[in-house]
Design a protein around this ligand. Structure first.
Ligand SMILES: Nc1ncnc2c1ncn2[C@@H]1O[C@H](COP(=O)(O)OP(=O)(O)O)[C@@H](O)[C@H]1O
Ligand SMILES: [Mg+2]
Length: 258
C-alpha cells in the first residue's frame, strides 16, 4: 500500500505473484484500484465481458470466488476492477470494512493473496488492510514519500486497534532506486529506524518495467535477465520467511541468493 499513486504497488504485486507462481505457489491479485492503468490492464481476466468484478463483491452481488478470474499466467488469478469501483466510495455499502476478511476466510483456494491497494485510504483500502496479515509499504525515493509514510502511521494504527490487531508492516520497498544516492541511503536509514521489524528493500530502475504492462507479461517473463527481475526474485525470497510461509522448493534450487 501507499496512499500515493506511482509508488510501485501494482508492479510489485504482479511481479511477486509471478515469482511465487514459478515456485509452485498459486496466488490471487485483488485489484483495488479504479484506475484503468492497474493490475487488471496488465493481467487481463480471461473471462467474458460483464463477468463480476470487485465492485460486485462490495455490492453483495458476487462472492470473491465468483469474481476471481484466471489470467494468461497459469497459477495467477485476478479479481478485476473497472473504473466503476468508485461506486464503493460513493455508495458506502454497509459492512465494507470486514468484507474482504470474510470473503478470504471463506475461499482459501490460493497459497498467496496479494491485495493491490488504491492510492487512497478509502473503504476498499481499509477493507484490504482489515483482511491482511502483512503490509508492504511501497514508495519512491523522495523526501515527500518519507513524509507520506509517516502520515500513514496513524490510519494504520487505527486499523490495527479497531479492525485487525494482527496487522504488521513487514517490508518497506523503495522502487526505481539503484541505491547509490545520498538520499537513498539516508532514506533507507530513516525507514530502518522507523520500521525496525520490517525488511527495507530497493528495486532498481529499468525502463523495461514500464514496457511490461503493455506486453501483458510480468517483468520476470518479459525481461528475465533484467536486474529488476533479479531484485523481485530476491524480494520474494526474503518475504517468504517473514510471511510465515515455508519453502515449496529450496531457494538454492531456484538460483536465489539470500
Ligand atoms: N523499478 C522501476 N523502474 C522503472 N519504472 C518503474 C519501476 N517500478 C515501477 N515503475 C513505473 O512507475 C509507474 C508506477 O508504478 P505502479 O506499479 O503502477 O505504481 P502504483 O501501483 O503504486 O500506482 C509505472 O509506470 C511503472 O512502470
Ligand atoms: Mg497501482
Amino acid at each position: 500500500m501507499n496512499r500515493k499513486g506511482g509508488s510501485g504497488k501494482t508492479t510489485s504485486a504482479v511481479s511477486l505473484a509471478a515469482v511465487f507462481r514459478a515456485w509452485g505457489l498459486t496466488s490471487r491479485i485483488v485489484d483495488g484500484d479504479a484506475q484503468m492503468a492497474s493490475a487488471t490492464y496488465w493481467l487481463p481476466p480471461q473471462t467474458a465481458s460483464g463477468a463480476p468484478t470487485l465492485l460486485d463483491v462490495f455490492l453483495g452481488d458476487a462472492t470473491l470466488a465468483e469474481a476471481t478470474a484466471p489470467t494468461t499466467v497459469p497459477g495467477v488469478a485476478i479479481v478485476p476492477s473497472l473504473d466503476t469501483l468508485g461506486r464503493v466510495e460513493s455508495e458506502r455499502p454497509p459492512g465494507s470494512d470486514g468484507l474482504l476478511a470474510g470473503e478470504l476466510d471463506s475461499d482459501a483456494s490460493y497459497d498467496i493473496e496479494l491485495l493491490d491497494a488504491a492510492p487512497s485510504m478509502g473503504l476498499v483500502t481499509v477493507s484490504m488492510l482489515a483482511a491482511s496479515t502483512d503490509v508492504v509499504l511501497m514508495m519512491t525515493t523522495s523526501t515527500l514519500d518519507l513524509v507520506g509514510a509517516a502520515e500513514m502511521a496513524r490510519p494504520l494504527d487505527l486499523v490495527r486497534r479497531r479492525l485487525n490487531p494482527n496487522l504488521r508492516i513487514s517490508a518497506v520497498v523503495m522502487v526505481d532506486d539503484d541505491g547509490n544516492t545520498m538520499l537513498s541511503r539516508d532514506m533507507g536509514d530513516s525507514l530502518a529506524a522507523d520500521y525496525p521489524n520490517a525488511l527495507i528493500y530497493r528495486i532498481p530502475h529499468s525502463v523495461r518495467v514500464r514496457e511490461a504492462p503493455g506486453a501483458h507479461e510480468p517483468i520476470i517473463d518479459y525481461a528475465p535477465d533484467n536486474p529488476v527481475s533479479a531484485a523481485y526474485w530476491r524480494l520474494a525470497a526474503a518475504l517468504v520467511p517473514r510471511l510465515g510461509l515455508t519453502w515449496a522448493v529450496g531457494p538454492d534450487t531456484i538460483g536465489v541468493e539470500q
